[in-house]
Design a protein around this ligand. Sequence first.
Ligand SMILES: [Fe+2]
Length: 378
Amino acid sequence: MTTHTLPGKMIDQRSFSAQSTDVWSSHLVRGSEISDALTMLSDGPCGSDGRREALVVHPSSVEPGLGLSPGIAVVFGVLLPGERTRPRRHNASSFTMALSGSAQARIGDRAFNVRARDCWNTPGMRVETILNNGTEPFTYVSYSNSPLLRKLEVFYEEYDPAEGEEAAADSQIASTYSSKIASAKEAAGGAIPVGDSGAMLLPYEHLIDPDFVESRPLLWQWDEVAEHLGIVRSLKTGYTGRPLWCLYNPATGIRNGTTFSFFATITAAGPNFTGPAHKHVSAAINYILDGSGYSIVDGVRLEWGAGDIMLSAPGWAPHGHATKDDGAVILTIQDHPLHIGMESLIWQEDIKGGPILTLGSEAGFGTNLATVQNKTTA
Ligand SMILES: [Fe+2]
């Protein structure tokens, strides 16, 4: 096929063919490498942002927006006793798990006292400060959607907003503009139908004041999460789902997210649990908290153990995971809610010819949980 260039920097598309997705390889970083990096960060000076952080970068990642997957940035960080990060806000949303030590995480108007494996989300444009108020180094792993924003050239970030500026700005906006907003939308009216296909017209006043759900920082304390892991750990090979809980943020609604871009799940799999092979366009990053196992990703076998982090499911790569004799506890981050928002979350539970469904836009899959439970209780 010959490609012709048309006038005005336009490309002739008549010779196109259907395109398949180029898939990054899986990529694993050993826990020992992460420990070494945290030691180096502890021994050196703080960054200008008050943070000691290392970004985990996939070999295929390119600027702008480096990440472990094309849209997910992963950082490991450490704060020494008494250190605090500079107050920062940006329009990326993030999820963080404490790994060791203790600290206070201040996000917007909330303050969480956290220790190992406690998790929190930081919504976009909420000021975050982390203070190590303990006697040991505080370490953490944090995930954000900043790579995607950087690729879109819309990543916004600022430091040291004036004390109370965020709250003051919010209240000022509320008092100054709320009556104008109400009267403007009232004057404009609502959506009106066009034709009989369901198409409608919407006034501009709604575009600059869309309906919203307040997005708040939430805390998932590990002690409470751990109480619920036994029930999923009891599921055995043959269960067609995954033995996990999603750390659910109700503000994300049907996106089933922890943030509006990511879900975070805690898998607790018993010994020698083998999950079914499947694939999805959401990218998955597994951080192994306990135990060991292996994954087959795009035909490649990867052995993993506690402390390792891996791009375990590059978007649309077939993959499956299995534990060894000691089972495993795994934190998984996936950009699943982002894809639901884009109507792009295609998913295939059975890679041997099963249907490809667009989750969040049509009815999805089921599991054999009811059958498995009946067998357990019979
Ligand atoms: Fe998966």
